[in-house]
Design a protein around this ligand. Structure first.
Ligand code: GEK
Length: 260
């Protein structure tokens, strides 16, 4: 990642009115530090992308990284896969994120085919893809828009393709959810965030980041047509799922674990 990365201190002083969180220049400048200290399992999830691609991606196929921010997903894939193994298309709505992602990817992986598009993942004209990564992005869309996006991603995936969906989640059981949120705040405290920063960030994210339950994610993916979905990672209230688009053209038999 670029060396122009600063420590996140955005919510460290009392703010009269905590503004809604947005992915602006200030966030971009400290983003790698912010996401590493705020998202349990972020590094492990990125580290698994290459392994998942090695197992499930058709050689040379396109990989979309939706809400790519600074292109960390692309860097992780390029670190583990040969230049001819895939074509990367990162997409982000924030112009500040896109320009920094382009610079970083051009500098760090000049031999790989890496492009970054500025756009809204709800409106993008998707090309056929072998793998789609949605790492902590769907949670920022208004809940009413999520079903249609997932349906469009299912349509864009080649048969045999996979969707990796990582999200902050909400537990159905209230007590369980409260415990997870409290331990998540402990995790942030242990990573150097003060109580003031934790509470102001929480206010800024209210109605901006709206988490679903794992059951809601699984139901939405089933509804879109994915033949199978696994929750392959969870740490506190953060989880990652993988959804498989079955190779329908090979006959309608139930997929065995090896096939999916
Ligand atoms: C990572 N995946 O480092 N269209 C496109 N991008 C969007 C949209 C939208 N409608 N809404 C939000 N974004 C990254 C981390 S961050 C998660 C993803 C976080 C973008 C937004 O601009 C931001 O860059 C990203 O989604 C979410 O692996 O900050 O917690």
């Amino acid at each position: 990642m670029s060396d122009a990365s600063y420590r996140d201190a955005i919510f460290s002083t009392p703010l009269d009115r905590v503004a809604r969180f947005s992915f602006d220049e200030r966030v971009v400048a400290c983003f790698p530090d912010m996401i590493r200290r705020s998202v349990p399992g972020y590094g492990q999830i990125l580290g698994m992308l290459g392994l998942i691609a090695q197992r499930h991606l058709r050689h040379g196929a396109r990989v979309y990284d939706l809400g790519c921010s600074l292109g960390a997903g692309g860097l992780a894939l390029a670190g583990q896969l040969a230049p001819d193994a895939f074509r990367y298309t990162g997409v982000d709505l924030s112009p500040a994120m896109v320009s920094r992602a382009r610079e970083t990817l051009a500098a760090e992986c000049p031999d790989h085919a890496m492009e970054v598009i500025e756009g809204d993942i709800r409106q993008l004209e998707y090309q056929p893809a072998g793998m789609i990564v949605l790492n902590f992005t769907l949670q920022f869309l208004p809940p009413k828009d999520r079903e249609a996006v997932v349906a469009r991603l299912f349509a864009a995936l080649e048969p045999g393709g996979v969707l990796v969906l990582s999200e902050k989640i909400r537990a159905e059981d209230e007590q369980e959810n409260a415990w997870l949120v409290e331990r998540y705040h402990d995790f942030k405290r242990a990573n150097g965030y003060s109580d003031l920063e934790i509470s102001q960030k929480r206010t800024a994210l209210e109605n901006v980041l709206v988490p679903d339950t794992l059951a809601e994610h699984h139901a939405r993916l089933d509804q879109a047509g994915f033949s199978r979905t696994h929750t392959w990672f969870q740490l506190l209230n953060f989880a990652s799922l993988i959804a498989f688009k079955h190779e329908a053209s090979r006959g309608g038999a139930t997929p065995t674990p090896d096939e999916v």
